[in-house]
Design a protein around this ligand. Structure first.
Ligand code: G3P
Ligand code: CA
Length: 336
């Protein structure tokens, strides 16, 4: 806190290359990102790989592999019925035969079918190799569906911590943050490692391990974002990664309301604040920014966040490093 905010390349420079590919991470590093973010799931043989979810038909060409046609199935994942192909049904050798593709139809598909699905080890090796040039590239891994993976005998946490410790990431100042939307696995991680931990908070719902499948759920993220909830988080984590709408709410028409007190509340609890996800396309931008993505970063930097997750790290970096933080304009919108 108090230092310049970090720029976390969300799934790599995923605004420009298919997410979670070597090309996406390399471009983010070339742009100057401070951290690259691999979301992690497991293969059948227990290898951690970088995918946003364990169902991989939206981000790989698995559906066109006839040899895997009979692996298509439906599963219940975190309370939802999901149909498709799942990483836990494939060995790493099989995953290696797939190629990544762009998820979003309005982004550049010309990079499809070129890149393999990277493993965590390969992401760590890339960060290490690029850091050797005199700049430290941090890694910001997220455990995806941790309760589910533990339930099928493929827990993520032990493998993740072993890989990080073996790669030399040790202690609270290591260039790494471990993140999760769940709480139980973060608390368990606190007992296994000194590495910094980040509790993710979404705008709606709650952590699967506390909220569950119940229609009205148990503990909500909004309860966790109150001062008393933040104090509980501070007992096991070093920061929060909130949906940016918990900091700057938006109305149904996209217009913004005054900022909440979450950044200050979290700082008072001793927690870092790394909101997500910043995207440049107009469809993701509030009309209050007049089509200028830089204005959104300016607002959040003025509010005092410690970092941002961005699909477009070049825009985040340009805004941060230009120092054009129009604090006056935006702070006037705060009401608490
Ligand atoms: O991990 C921060 C942010 O990435 C959370 O959203 O769904 O993109 O992993 P998601
Ligand atoms: Ca993530």
């Amino acid at each position: 806190m108090g230092e310049r905010p970090i720029v976390i390349a969300h799934r790599g420079a995923s605004g420009y290359r298919p997410e979670h590919t070597r090309a996406s991470y390399e471009l983010a590093i070339a742009m100057g990102a401070d951290f690259i973010e691999p979301d992690l799931v497991s293969t059948k043989d227990g290898v951690l790989i970088a995918r946003h979810e364990n169902e991989i038909s939206e981000t790989t060409d698995v559906a066109s592999h006839l040899e895997f046609a009979d692996r298509r199935t439906t599963k219940r994942i975190d309370g939802r019925e999901v149909a498709g192909w799942f990483t836990e049904d494939f060995t790493l050798a099989e995953i290696r035969t797939l190629r990544a593709k762009e998820r979003l139809p309005f982004r550049d598909a010309s990079w499809n079918d070129r890149f393999e699905v990277p493993t965590l080890s390969e992401v760590l090796e890339l960060a290490r190799r690029k850091s050797a040039a005199g700049r430290t590239i941090g890694v910001y891994p997220e455990t995806k569906h941790p309760t589910y993976f533990r339930s099928i005998g493929l827990p993520l946490e032990e493998t993740l911590v072993e890989a990080l410790h073996a790669a030399g990431y040790q202690g609270r100042s290591a260039p790494v943050y471990l993140q999760s939307f769940e709480t139980g696995n973060l608390k368990a991680l606190r007992g296994k490692t000194d590495l910094p931990l980040i509790q993710l908070l979404d705008e709606e719902g709650g952590p699967y391990d506390l909220y569950g499948d119940l229609p009205k759920g148990g503990r909500t993220y909004r309860e966790m974002a109150t001062p008393s909830g933040l104090a509980e988080i501070a007992a096991y984590a070093d920061g929060i990664g909130p949906n940016k709408r918990l900091i700057v709410p938006a109305r149904p028409d996209g217009r913004l309301d005054a900022a909440t007190s979450l950044v200050d509340d979290a700082h008072r609890a001793g927690l870092l604040v790394h909101p997500w996800t910043f995207r440049s396309e107009e469809r993701f931008l509030s009309p209050d920014y007049d089509g200028k993505p830089g204005r959104e970063y300016e607002q959040f930097f003025a509010l005092g966040v410690d970092g941002v997750f961005s699909d477009f790290p070049d825009v985040a970096l340009r805004t941060r490093d230009a120092g054009r933080q129009l604090a006056g304009d935006w702070k006037a919108r705060r009401n608490r």
